[in-house]
Design a protein around this ligand. Structure first.
Ligand code: PMP
Length: 406
């Protein structure tokens, strides 16, 4: 067993000491949004206290300081994901924005009857933008099916691939079940037929340090708010050659080289995709969040979270009629479950009264719920600042809810 000093880490997160409904908060909704350490809060306060200014255009000192800090954050993000170039990192408002940027750009690259491939295990934000793209272009959307364990059927994936396939988009980790998808193989096989690959890394990024060059992935999207950063900011990594090929997503200030009423030319990367004033403070705080997590270390984080996952899985399975969805051996710390016919919402409501935060519902992944023929699940998702004691409290609360509802 690894030694992980969770008590010291917890002191970095002021919110973890608050009470909810008179009980100590147990926060197990980390897959929706993670909590924010003091170091990141300080970066936000420091920005608005000392150097709040618009970037990339001012000659004055504040603007230069803000620009430097923002571009420094881009380099931290580049280094974290091991992108070859800083201008391959586009700062966005989050994963959703990043995926829409790529989907919108591909409208000019796809023809009728081209094919694009998604998986059965996706968040709506990696389904709907592509359906919109298919409507615009006449391209066809194919779906990699999954099995009862919540794993993609890779032999079916191979059958879907052909020279018609232009793009494959799957999540690195499923938000509904926690399954880690075999992305190396997905990428290799797509590239073998000449298709590009976008990975939705929203759920992977808090647990796995992805190396975009090693993966050889074409696009990678994440949200800062799932990895100790603020809401409203995220990134799209794109290989330079692809980002050059795609047209701009939005028009406006910052994204131009020259503007006349006859013709506008666009700025170089990354500014071509960063129209308007971005979330400057958010970008800087995203960099601070990466520093924070890297200081702890992703290997340590993953090992500790795995311990929490195993502990909670074992404890929960002692409850009669409790069924866990998603039983791949390669999972992040997410447990999606139901108990008998009890509605997940009712369990969530009762345990909230006991100070415990979990997510209930379809988790923006309705096709996954349809596959299991359920309206939704209770989803407990753990982070490296959670403890086994919290899991004990949670399991007792679930037992109590079950008693009240059966
Ligand atoms: N994809 C996955 C797998 C997610 O879990 C989420 C967030 N729930 C998103 C995309 C969307 O992220 P955001 O709302 O931050 O844009």
């Amino acid at each position: 067993k690894t030694h992980f000093d969770v008590e010291t880490i917890r002191k970095d997160f002021p919110i973890l000491s608050r009470e909810v409904n008179g009980k100590p908060l147990v926060y197990f909704d980390n897959a929706a949004t993670s909590q924010t350490p003091q170091q990141v809060i300080d970066a936000i306060v420091d920005y608005y206290t000392r150097y709040n200014a618009n970037i990339h255009r001012g000659v004055h000192t504040l603007s230069q300081e803000a620009t430097d800090a923002y571009e420094q954050a881009r380099i931290k993000i580049q280094e974290h994901f091991n992108a070859a170039k800083a201008h391959e990192i586009i700062l966005t408002s989050g994963t959703t924005h990043a995926i829409n940027l790529v989907a919108s750009g591909f409208a000019s690259l796809l023809k009728k009857n081209d094919e694009v491939i998604v998986s059965a295990l996706e968040h709506h934000s990696n389904i709907v933008p592509w359906q919109m793209l298919c409507e615009k272009t006449g391209a066809k959307l194919k779906v990699i099916p999954m099995n009862n364990e919540g794993m993609l059927k890779m032999e079916e994936y191979e059958k879907l691939l052909s020279e018609k396939t232009k793009l494959v988009f799957v999540n690195h980790v499923s938000n509904a079940l926690g399954t880690v998808n075999p992305v190396e193989e997905i990428i290799q096989k797509a590239h073998a037929v000449g298709a590009a690959v976008l990975l939705d890394g929203a759920q992977a990024a808090p647990h796995i340090k992805a190396d975009v060059q090693k993966l050889d992935v074409d696009f990678y999207a994440v949200s800062a708010h799932k990895m100790c950063g603020p809401t409203g900011v995220g990134m799209l990594y794109g290989k330079e050659e692809w980002l050059k090929k795609l047209p701009p997503y939005q028009g406006g200030g910052e994204m131009i080289a020259t503007v006349t009423f006859e013709k506008t030319t666009y700025a170089d990367l990354p500014h071509k995709f960063e129209a308007g004033t971005p979330d400057i403070c958010g970008g800087i705080a995203f960099g601070a969040a990466l520093d924070y997590m890297n200081n702890i270390g992703f290997e340590k984080i993953a090992a500790y979270e795995h311990e929490l996952l195993e502990y909670a899985t074992q404890k929960l399975l002692e409850i009669d009629d409790l069924k866990i969805y998603g039983t791949s051996s390669d999972k992040t710390a997410v447990i999606s479950f139901n108990i008998g016919e009890i509605h997940p919402y009712d369990i969530g409501t009762i345990i909230d009264k006991l100070g415990i935060a979990v997510r209930t519902g379809h988790h923006c992944a309705q096709p996954v719920m349809d596959f299991f023929k359920i309206p939704g699940t209770v989803r407990a998702s753990f982070s490296f600042y959670n403890t086994k004691e919290e899991i004990d409290t949670f399991v007792e609360a679930v037992k109590k809810a079950k008693q009240m509802l059966s």
